[in-house]
Design a protein around this ligand. Structure first.
Ligand SMILES: C[S@@+](CC[C@H](N)C(=O)[O-])C[C@H]1O[C@@H](n2cnc3c(N)ncnc32)[C@H](O)[C@@H]1O
Length: 381
């Protein structure tokens, strides 16, 4: 019998594109996908080189020329032509703009680079600086697992990350302080941006009236710090792995507690989880939700005479297919889900998948409020 590996199944001639134009279009689509990683690495390199900060500090809002940019860059100057090419794709993708310089000297109109809203998000002095997130996500430690995806499909490892590094992401963080810092800074930079939005009038009501809140697996505490400052009456606890919160100092209504969230969660009116549920598979996600339910129902209310007070769980995570989204947003969500496939045992979930988990954990109802690509989900016992 012929081995399946060596059998030949000729493609049906009807399935082969014969039309030259269609053939080239199919090839172009293929190339776009083959090379789309170059979008990430170009942005990564420009950020490592400090290009957004240089345009910001040299230009003061005015365009800076390619030669000004090159002379400020810490590069081998024989490589200068590469900077033009790097900038060309980043202008194309909207990270930088090109503006005419106002020169009266000649009719030769020179152009210069300016920042856009996207590259302003990468400035060191921007309190919402997203560069730590970009630099961590494209770091070889987090991108190497992509090359293990196919091997992982054939082995027993929990994640492609484990196939690449021999341990889980959390285990690597526990033994590699540099990786731990890079990852926590990345999370902190996202948390900063999310809190800027969540504390605006449209959303901040979600925290009203809470006497206490646990930011579960809250990293180095960016979320809890923002809530504790905006709501001085709310006692906030940041709960995370001991090596993440070690040496961090609390404040008046902010406390750091180290521990394993699967073993117990401090009681509070609310448990907040940003980017936690998507780290875990359904089995562990369910365990966590049950722990959260215990934590929010076991606290005796100081103000209520009705005995145990029932609180809520507040989740910030994606809900797939939850709204009429444009194609680009859906693609970003699906890319994020595949990123999770590479790094952790978790996944992004549809509303149906969320609802099943909430019901299985014994919650009675939930409310979803869209928050860009993610959602704010309030879950009630
Ligand atoms: C994706 S990060 C999110 C951090 C933070 N919530 C944010 O969004 O900025 C997940 C966090 O879970 C923490 N974590 C992982 N396993 C944990 C465990 N068993 N107990 C407590 N925290 C844990 C990690 O240390 C990390 O800070």
């Amino acid at each position: 019998m012929e081995k399946s590996g060596s059998s030949k199944h000729l493609v049906n001639p009807d399935d082969v594109i014969n039309n030259g134009k269609e053939l080239l279009e199919a090839q172009a689509h293929l190339w776009n996908h083959i090379f789309s990683f170059a979008n990430s690495v170009s942005l990564y390199s420009a950020t490592q080189l400090g290009i957004p900060d240089i345009i910001h500090s040299l230009g003061h809002g005015k365009p800076i020329t390619l030669s000004q940019l090159i002379s400020s860059l810490p590069i081998n100057h024989t490589k200068a032509p590469g900077i033009f090419r790097l900038m060309r794709i980043l202008v194309h993708s909207g990270f930088f703009g090109l503006q005419k310089l106002s020169t009266s000297a000649s009719d030769h109109e020179e152009e210069g680079y300016v920042l856009t809203d996207y590259s302003r998000l990468l400035l060191k002095d921007n309190p919402l600086n997203s560069a730590p997130f970009l630099l961590a996500m494209i770091d070889p430690l987090l991108t190497h697992p992509w090359h293990s995806l196919t091997t992982w499909f054939n082995n027993d490892d929990a994640t492609p990350f484990a196939t690449s590094h021999g341990k889980s992401l959390w285990e690597l963080g526990a033994i590699d302080p540099k990786f731990n810092r890079m990852f926590n800074d990345a999370m902190g930079s996202d948390a900063q941006l999310v809190m800027k939005v969540l504390l605006q009038d449209e959303y901040r009501g979600v925290f009203d009236g809470l006497e206490s809140l646990v930011d579960l697996a809250g990293g180095t505490g960016t979320v809890a710090k923002a809530i504790s400052e905006a709501f001085p009456q709310t006692e906030c606890i940041v709960f995370d792995q001991p090596h993440v919160v070690a040496h961090l100092e609390g404040a008046k209504n902010l406390k750091y507690v180290g521990g394993n969230m699967f073993e117990g969660i401090p009681p509070a009116d609310a448990v907040f989880m940003k980017w936690i549920m998507h780290d875990w598979n359904d089995e562990d996600g369910l365990k966590l939700l049950k722990r959260c339910k215990d934590a929010i129902t076991s606290r005796k209310s100081l103000s209520s005479s009705a005995g145990n007070k029932k609180g809520k769980v507040i989740i910030v995570d994606m809900v797939l297919e939850n709204q009429k989204q444009d194609k680009a947003s859906t693609q970003t969500q699906l890319l994020f889900d595949v990123m999770m496939l590479g790094l952790l045992p978790g996944k992004e979930r549809t509303e149906k998948e969320w609802a099943k988990l909430f019901a299985d954990a014994g919650f009675t109802h939930y409310k979803i409020t869209p928050l860009g690509l993610r959602s704010l989900i309030e879950v009630y016992p």
